[in-house]
Design a protein around this ligand. Structure first.
Ligand code: A2P
Length: 218
């Protein structure tokens, strides 16, 4: 009934604590600032502008959605999403609700649609990961947890759900054996270009972010 639906949240996820939030925002701003000054990026600028414009300010291009930085585990859509009720009934979800975790952010990625951070999940964190999160990927064989990410910003008229799709696309390319074009070793890590405006920065030092497993009713 409607009451039952009311009792399920919009989504579950790990919510970064404020210190980690600032650190992640600063790192991603640094990255965007550097990326749009690189010749390699300028060479592929039309991926972002569609026109022969000479410049793009990536910090303006991506709007942060103003939400708390988080890594979605299960999008429940108040119970309307497939598997939402099963997820809430999972004893591990109940047990670990409200607990603290340390997320490891291993890469940053940018596409013409989204900017995000890849999260590398531990075995324990994978217990909270829904079985079907990677099913949208065309290459069906990506390991569970591949989609785990934090949305840092979206281009105009792009919804945050796109960030996970963009990450899966890059990982599928890697799995097909495309190694991308190594652009340069930056202070933060190595920058690779995968074509069609897809940039991946593998962090030299993963960012360790304390986060709380909780939910949002929206
Ligand atoms: P993400 O986890 O990539 O940031 P919205 O504001 O659009 O309702 O979304 C709320 C959160 O749930 C966002 O964090 C968003 O994306 C995530 N989300 C929205 N739709 C889906 C979906 N169909 N599958 C997985 N996550 C979703």
């Amino acid at each position: 009934g409607p009451l039952e639906e009311m009792s399920l949240p919009l989504f579950f996820g790990w919510f970064l604590l404020s210190s980690a939030r600032d650190k992640v925002r600063c790192t991603s701003m640094d990255f965007l600032k550097t990326l749009d000054t690189l010749d390699a990026f300028k060479k592929h600028l039309s991926d972002f502008t569609g026109k022969a414009e000479k410049e793009v300010d990536l910090e303006q291009y991506f709007q942060s959605k103003g939400t708390l930085l988080h890594c979605t585990t299960k999008f429940c859509n108040y119970g309307k999403a497939e598997g939402a009720k099963e997820y809430v009934q999972n004893p591990t979800v109940k047990d670990l609700y409200g607990s603290a975790f340390e997320l490891s952010l291993s890469a940053l990625f940018v596409t013409p649609r989204t900017v995000g951070a890849r999260v590398s999940l531990t075995e324990e964190q994978l217990l909270l990961w829904p079985a079907d999160a990677e099913k949208e990927s065309e290459s069906a064989s990506l390991p569970r947890g591949s989609r785990a990410h934090i949305t840092l910003g979206c281009a105009e008229n792009v919804e945050p759900v796109q960030t996970g799709v963009d990450l899966l696309e890059i990982l599928a390319l890697q799995q097909e054996g495309q190694r991308g074009e190594l652009i340069e070793e930056m202070e933060l890590g190595s920058l690779t270009y995968y074509g069609e405006g897809r940039w991946l920065l593998t962090l030299r030092e993963p960012i360790c972010s304390p986060a709380c497993f909780s939910s949002v009713y929206g």
